[in-house]
Design a protein around this ligand. Sequence first.
Ligand code: ADP
Length: 605
Amino acid sequence: MQEVKQPNKKPFIYYYVIALLVIFLINCLLVPKVAQRAIREVDYGTFMEMTYNQEIGYVQIEDNQILFTDKDETAIYKTGLVYDPDLTQRLYDNGAKFSGQIVEEMSPVLSILISWILPMLLFAALGQFMYRQMSKKAGGGANSMMFGLGKSNAKVYVQSSDGIKFSDVAGEDEAKENLAEIVDYLHNPEKYKEIGASMPKGILLVGPPGTGKTMLAKAVAGEANVPFFSMSGSEFVEMFVGMGASKVRDLFSQAKEKAPCIVFIDEIDAIGKKRDGQVGGNDEREQTLNQLLTEMDGFEGNNGVIILAATNRPESLDPALLRPGRFDRRVPVELPDLKGREEILKVHARKIRVADDVDFNKIARMASGASGAELANIINEAALRAVRDGRKFATQADLEESIEVVIAGYQKKNAILTDKEKHIVAYHEIGHALVAARQSNSAPVQKITIVPRTSGALGYTMQVEEGNHYLMSKEEIENKIATYTGGRAAEEIVFGSVTTGASNDIEQATKLARSMITRYGMSKDFDMVAMEAVTNQYLGGDSSLTCSMETQTAIDREVVELVKRQHEKAGQILLENREKLDELANFLYEKETITGEEFMEILNG
Ligand code: ADP
């Protein structure tokens, strides 16, 4: 989508270490060699001989050695000391001159060259090399990032957004309506200027992952036919303080040149997190955020740069980022409802070949709670399955199977359950389905299977919602809890013992029961008081308790009571339908997978 030049992988420190190593080696090996190159070691006899032959030029008598040169001073010699009281006189008589600086005098220029000039040259060359590397990285500009003056190294300009239009984004009608105004403004800014209305500078798209936020931003650019600048929040965060800020500056200066245009910052929470004011906090991130705030203040409302940002953690954003004049408009991009899911499936099904009789509505009902990205994945899985089976198009069965693949993983081909285990799983699943079916408010069963899946599920009961549910009554939630406990209840009734197979049911039932008490005000004692705050709405909905220890104990007690009551109710339902339970479980045991219709036929038969 966006062309980013790969930064040079080797850090600068790498080059410095090499340079230091080279200098070290020069000093260790080369300097002594050069300094001593002319010194030749000879024995004392040779020295005496040269003295007598009057071949000595300068001589220097040291504590432990004698240094001397020949007459022409072309070479230096060295010899050890021998007790020789007449040496000085003899040398003098033979015309030697006495000196104290033989070695130093030999190569002053050379030694300066080696120990000072050479390292300097080396560093200069290294600097030049890195400068050129940096310039190349910065897109040919003469900026050196090394000294913090850099431009962004990412090439942010991308030509109009892969041609994505609003029609490619299915569902999300409210979000599209909201953004259509932006498109209209980009087409026709005069209309708005006349009245004096100014467009919001920043629009925040919030919602769970995979709901089409990036797509929507691209579609705005595509519809308005303007350039689209896209960067992810994490791309701004760099190792060196100030680099991220300079990237922000660069991005905005490019955007202003190309206005009108859309700037899209994905995962803005990477830079827009609340500043916590801690000493030694993340300076780089805060500087980047400050720069972003400044840039957003810096341009006038109507210059045609519209900033879209996406996040799934809106609660973690800095309030300064959300104030009017910055990201003051918030567009929720929620998980698609039934109609939305159906449309998304249809949009993606256009890309593959499907059979004519595919019932997208049914698929959409089966895939309740799936995001746009998951639905796209389901369609693709179906196409892959069709290819695997050597068919030319995907069928209803492919699509249904691929929902299960996306939800529960692939079928485990070689998981061998023992006969006893298979019986238990069959009773367990029928337990769920029977309890669900006998409680009038529960959604009908779509499919029950005891084929093990790669997700670890040994079987499951798929329920299908008839339509959209926006509200759930207390009774409905209680029935749901009873349905979760139905599997375990069947095991108890039939086998008189329990297994580990109910762990996921237990988790779900407890979660629901706890939410009833702490968040939905459906408890006996706590009336409409919130005991829990949801901290992470779009990412799994983590919550934290906001009550005293005593209350927590009371909540725990009430949760247990609630689940227990529903467990007993489920057991009661199964006891009343014991014959049907056996009949259905045996049927499932034989067939491994049964449909909702088959189930209802036996139940009502
Ligand atoms: P987000 O940015 O919200 O995490 P994306 O926009 O990157 O999600 O969507 C990921 C993929 O999911 C898209 O490439 C697209 O194939 C699919 N998708 C998500 N929502 C929709 C939608 N409303 N209509 C069509 N496709 C969608």
